[in-house]
Design a protein around this ligand. Structure first.
Ligand SMILES: [Zn+2]
Length: 224
């Protein structure tokens, strides 16, 4: 696991608190977990939130357990078979995922097997199925260098983690490990910078809202 010391964009405290409390949906949890692997600062913050949550629990009056409660707990626990760890996933020309990466269980075939779908010139995406959520909630986006996504806001909230490459927008420059925790107040048009494609992991809770007519026309086709 690589810890990056130069991460400049982090999730909001409220998002980390919700993650610590288990309140985030599956798609957003994956994005936060992937950021935490790279970010010691946010791991400490989550540990603090968990400690606060634990302290709150300790003030709750204990309830009596039935004699069979522990037995049935172990019965249930025993039924949960450990999933076999996927082999290490590595791709020279895309991005690397080790077997313990939160994304690895969603990309069992490996990074090289990702069926990128071209959705616009210089823009490709791969929708990651997540149980119980509408398609598109969790996806990978690959933006070619020099390509700009039309200006848009977000219907609700969006978490974007940079896995490779970089982009700049009205908020700043985002590089590997940086996370954009955006809500409907942010209007931006990310431009992929550098000489390699920018690959982002994105969890959205609502469709994007494009400002321009061009953006609104392409939206149904690119499924953003
Ligand atoms: Zn962080």
């Amino acid at each position: 696991m690589t810890v990056l010391s130069d991460i400049r964009h982090h999730p909001k405290d409220l998002t980390l608190a919700a993650y610590a409390a288990g309140q985030l949906d599956e798609a957003r949890s994956v994005v936060i977990a992937a950021h935490l692997r790279l970010c010691a600062k946010c791991r400490l913050a989550v540990a603090d939130f968990e400690a606060v949550g634990g302290a709150c629990l300790e003030t709750v009056e204990p309830a009596a357990m039935s004699d069979s409660a522990l037995d049935s707990f172990w019965l249930r626990a025993g039924k949960q078979e450990a999933a076999p760890a996927p082999a290490s996933i590595l791709a020279a020309n895309d991005f690397a995922l080790d077997a313990a990466h939160p994304l690895a269980r969603y990309l069992k075939e490996g990074v090289d097997a990702i069926a990128w779908k071209n959705v616009a010139p210089g823009l490709a995406q791969h929708v990651i199925p997540a149980d119980g959520y509408r398609p598109g909630v969790l996806r990978l986006l690959k933006i070619s260098p020099g390509v700009r996504i039309p200006k848009h806001t977000h219907g609700d909230e969006e978490l974007t983690l940079i896995l490779r490459g970089s982009y700049t927008d009205e908020v700043g420059e985002f590089r590997h490990g940086d996370l954009a925790d955006l809500d409907e107040d942010v209007l931006h048009a990310p431009l992929a910078t550098g000489d390699q494609p920018c690959i982002c992991l994105i969890a959205t809770s609502a469709p994007l809202r494009f400002r321009s007519i061009v953006g609104r026309i392409v939206q149904p086709f690119i499924g953003l």
